[in-house]
Design a protein around this ligand. Structure first.
Ligand code: AMP
Ligand code: MG
Length: 335
């Protein structure tokens, strides 16, 4: 049985998705402003188990729970740590609805499986008109990791959900391409200082303006953070290609033009073409700025995957905090 794709702008389609989620009979892929999510009722342990099975997700990698408002997040969190909850409130007031996930102590309402047995739960309020319509019909928190098979790039359009999950999903609500195209930033508010567990769609500078003592680790240097954010332990974001590597400008020059397909910033491609001549290398372009690069990255990986080049070389972006989220994804896509 193959997945049904329905237009998320259609009220009947949203009603059907709400019914499937409420019944817990199957999984629904939903659009968000970050990436597509694979959704189930977060309070239904059987439905949540289906998410892990469909993705082949390790049971030690907890899920993000989606709610429409701060009020609807409150029952999911324990209320005895006033400092933690106060920080959560401050961040949510500034960033919700939006691409910030807040990790705080969990309440007894949240099933163990959602949190991978951890004492905390990750919650966010997404910003998307299709989800506004869905939540208007559904008085439930929605557990939704990215709608890809575990280890693969996150899908940012309905076609890429199908490419990654195939029959693992019953229904896809098509909300068009995702505005950010990269996952939410994840901040744990329970410790002495708030900790950025995963860099994402909200930049570090923006988060520091809200919580100046935010602890930020270099990508791939999350030895301690591995315990705090189990998801970072696993290989992730990798396209199904024989060979994928990152390269700086010298590496790109060596690969241009050649047998490899290149994924580079538009400005870099222009400079390479000028320096090395007009002979075409198979090249896919991304925007020059971090937000634009992030928006196009996962879609480009799925597009390139369909052509199955022998090798993909991806431009290494600048070692600059504004590129932290992109560098994190590339590091893990190519390791
Ligand atoms: P994904 O749903 O695939 O985008 O990944 C969710 C991310 O949120 C992973 O990196 C998890 O490690 C992180 N996360 C989710 N729940 C928790 C939690 N309870 N504690 C710490 N990190 C979490
Ligand atoms: Mg994911």
């Amino acid at each position: 049985m193959s997945a049904t794709v329905l237009d998320g702008k259609n009220a009947d389609a949203v009603a059907q998705a709400a019914r499937v989620i409420a019944e817990g009979s199957a999984l629904v892929a939903i659009p968000t402003e970050t990436v597509y999510g694979l959704a189930a009722n977060a309070l239904d342990e059987v439905a949540v188990a289906r998410i892990f099975a469909a993705k082949g997700r390790p049971a030690d990698n907890p899920l993000i729970v989606h709610v429409p408002t701060w009020q609807r997040a409150l029952p999911l969190w324990a209320h005895d740590d006033a400092r933690a909850l106060g920080r959560a409130r401050l961040l949510a007031d500034a960033c919700w609805p939006g691409p910030l996930t807040i990790v705080c102590w969990r309440s007894v309402a949240v099933p163990d499986l959602v949190c991978a047995g951890l004492p905390k739960v990750a919650v966010r309020a997404p910003r998307h008109p299709v989800l506004d319509a869905l939540f208007a019909l559904l008085d439930l928190p929605i557990a939704a990791p990215s709608a890809n098979a575990s280890g693969r790039p996150s899908p940012t359009c309905a076609d890429d959900v199908l490419a990654s999950l195939g029959d693992g999903v019953a229904l896809v609500l098509d909300g068009g391409p995702c505005a950010h195209g990269i996952e939410s930033s994840v901040v744990d508010v329970t410790g002495e200082h708030p900790v950025l567990l995963r860099p994402g769609a909200i930049g570090v500078a923006e988060l520091r303006a809200l919580v100046p003592d935010l602890v930020v680790r270099a990508p791939g240097r999350a030895a301690h953070g591995d315990e705090a954010s189990p998801g970072l332990r696993h290989r992730h974001y990798a396209p199904a290609l024989a060979r994928v590597r990152r390269a700086d400008l010298a590496g790109l020059r060596a690969a241009w033009p050649g047998t490899a397909t290149l994924l580079v910033r538009a400005g870099t491609a222009g400079a390479l073409r000028q320096a090395l001549g007009a002979r075409a290398a198979p090249t896919h372009l991304l925007d020059d700025d971090p937000a634009g690069f992030a928006r196009g990255l996962f879609a480009a990986l799925y597009r390139i995957e369909r052509a199955q080049p022998a090798e993909l070389v991806i431009e290494e972006p600048p070692d600059d905090e504004r590129w932290l989220a992109v560098r994190d994804r590339l590091l893990r896509a190519t390791s």
